[in-house]
Design a protein around this ligand. Structure first.
Ligand code: CA
Length: 254
């Protein structure tokens, strides 16, 4: 008789496992499981993350993308310290930075490979993009070191840089209160800077400053050319520093 109960119990246990929804690890998985899922805010818990957190998912025909940076105006300041860049700030449905720790948790899962996409919008109704294979961040001990693989796109590979010796791939993150930028000092013409954040404001994977920084101050049309601190992708619109009207950075697992 007890054998029957064990059998029924096992059957029920397996049944519950079958119908329990798998926990959501990232936007790509959500889109794969629910192909008609729409763009919006979802709660996820990547494998290896201690807690759940919310992200904005950009659902596109090529998959679900987890957004980690969005700029579209000056309402949210990106002049923030290490602690803010680590945990994230802003409003997920509007301008925000998801947080280095969350990006780290997403990309530390070695069973997945990640593509990072940068979308840029200019002030003249133009757009451009850059995609990088094998994107991941190191842990906090490495200052969330940036790793990117092969580039493709039409915005140029600003992470590897428009100038020699400014490759941001393999560099740690810097903020006004955490200097990992490789300048001690850097010489720009007749100016010597010890920290890129003095010029650029927001946090980034600066490498002797370099050619990419989408976390500087936002500038409106008419004020969008020539500022050191702005939304730069120098391979896109050289040579004068051009500040994008809007930007988005996001990742997709493959
Ligand atoms: Ca420095």
């Amino acid at each position: 008789m007890s054998g029957v109960f064990v059998f029924v119990g096992l059957f029920l246990f397996c049944f519950i496992l079958r119908i329990a929804p798998p926990h959501r690890t990232d936007c790509t998985q959500i889109k794969t499981l629910s192909p008609r899922a729409s763009s919006g805010v979802y709660t996820i818990q990547p494998n290896g993350a201690m807690t759940k957190f919310k992200v904005y998912c950009e659902m596109r025909p090529d998959g679900g993308w987890t957004v980690f940076q969005k700029r579209s105006g000056g309402a949210v300041s990106f002049r923030r310290k290490w602690a803010a860049y680590k945990t994230g700030f802003g409003n997920l449905t509007q301008d925000h930075w998801l947080g280095l720790k969350k990006i780290f948790y997403l990309t530390k899962d070695k069973s997945k490979k990640w593509t990072m996409r940068v979308d840029l919008w200019d002030h003249e109704d133009g757009t451009a993009f850059a995609e990088y294979k094998n994107f991941r961040l190191g842990n906090e001990k490495t200052a969330f070191k940036l790793h990117v693989g092969k580039y493709r796109g039409n915005a140029g590979d600003a992470i590897r840089g428009a100038y020699k010796g400014t490759d941001q791939n393999g560099y740690g993150f810097s903020t006004v209160d955490r200097d990992n930028d490789g300048c001690s000092p850097c010489i720009f013409g007749d100016i010597a800077d010890r920290a890129c954040t003095f010029r650029e404001g927001g946090g980034w994977w600066y490498s002797k400053c370099g050619s990419a920084n989408l976390n500087g101050d936002w500038h409106s049309y008419g004020e969008h050319i020539g500022w050191a601190s702005a939304l730069h992708w120098r391979t896109w619109k050289p040579p004068a520093p051009y500040s994008a009207k809007a930007t988005r950075m996001m990742i997709k697992s493959v």
